[in-house]
Design a protein around this ligand. Structure first.
Ligand code: DON
Length: 304
């Protein structure tokens, strides 16, 4: 039996001593308040066991990780029609890149870059009666945790400085790939990104992707076939222009956020989440990626 607790403890202790920890995101001013020294790791096994190390119970801003949760809800409304409005190809570009969007006539490369996530947000604004309230309830349901919430300060902070997202939303609108008002879609999107979760909550929220669409309380939330598709998109697009590097070094589908979180999983086996706010130049958590690389190397557990 693998000594998961021993392994994540030793990875945590070793990485805490690293001198190069990356740079905390500051383009959303509220995020710059985070400490570069925070480091949490949480492992949720599908057999019910869980293991925590370091700051695994401190809430942080999940940011782009929310894009996967939003996608899973949007697919429930649109099924495969969604792929007429957003593609499933890796972009090979940063998460907020704009020129491809114009070149490709307003069809985002995939739903995990910002422009694609804005199309997904538009779908949710169209279908949900009270979009922000209903989406939060969905996230609480799949994580089986009613305490999860938006962080209003983070949402407001991004609204004040999210110039590239305003540009992306306007570009999408000019190509008729946003049905709702730009302001309404952005307000929803900034809120979904502002959700705070701990590593432990994050691992539980992603349980359904590792478990064929059944969430942590065993309710089938999305069809198996859609879980398969979403997982493929996480593997190929979850880390933007570092998706190849993440697959190469870690070998798991997953998703990162500029708050410093990463969640990854081995289908039918476990979900692992990390939080370390220092980012590498591609906007992914520097120590988080190292932790996951060490974890899959030491346990020999990856999809490959
Ligand atoms: O739209 C943005 O720029 C942020 N709300 C989310 C970006 C993000 O998390 C990219 N991930 N690594």
């Amino acid at each position: 039996m693998t000594d998961f607790q021993g392994i994540i403890n030793s990875i945590h202790d070793h990485l805490s001593k690293e001198e190069v920890k990356g740079v905390v995101a500051s383009y959303i001013p509220e995020l710059s308040k985070q400490s570069v020294n925070s480091l949490g790791i949480f492992l949720q096994h599908l057999n019910g066991d869980s293991f925590a190390a370091g700051d695994a119970d401190i809430p942080f801003s999940i940011q782009s990780i929310s894009k996967v949760l939003a996608l899973s809800k949007a697919i429930a409304f649109e099924d495969n029609r969604i792929w007429q409005r957003v593609d499933v190809e890796p972009s090979g570009n940063p998460f907020n890149h704009l020129s491809l969007l114009e070149l490709e006539n307003g069809i985002p490369r995939n739903p995990l870059i910002n422009s694609g996530a804005l199309v997904v947000a538009d779908i949710l604004v169209t279908h949900l009666k009270n979009p922000k309230e209903d989406f939060l309830n969905y996230v609480r349901t799949i994580a089986n945790d009613q305490t999860i919430n938006y962080n209003k300060d983070v949402a407001a902070s991004e609204k004040r400085t999210g110039y590239k997202n305003f540009a992306a939303a306007n570009l999408l609108k000019s190509f008729s790939n946003l049905k709702n008002n730009v302001e309404d879609v952005l307000d929803f999107y900034f809120h979904q990104c502002s959700i705070d979760m701990t590593c432990a909550q994050l691992a539980k929220a992603f349980y359904l992707f590792a478990n064929g669409g059944k969430c942590v309380n065993n309710v089938q939330q999305i069809p198996v076939s859609q879980a398969k598709r979403i997982n493929a998109i996480m593997l190929t697009c979850g880390f933007y222009d570092e998706a190849g590097e993440f697959a190469f070094r870690v070998g798991l589908p997953g998703k990162s956020g500029v708050g410093g979180g990463i969640v990854a999983f081995l289908p039918n086996n476990f979900i692992i989440s990390t939080w370390a706010p220092g980012l590498n130049p591609k906007g992914n958590s520097l120590l988080g990626m190292q932790a996951l690389e060490q974890f899959t190397t030491q346990t020999k557990l990856s999809i490959f």
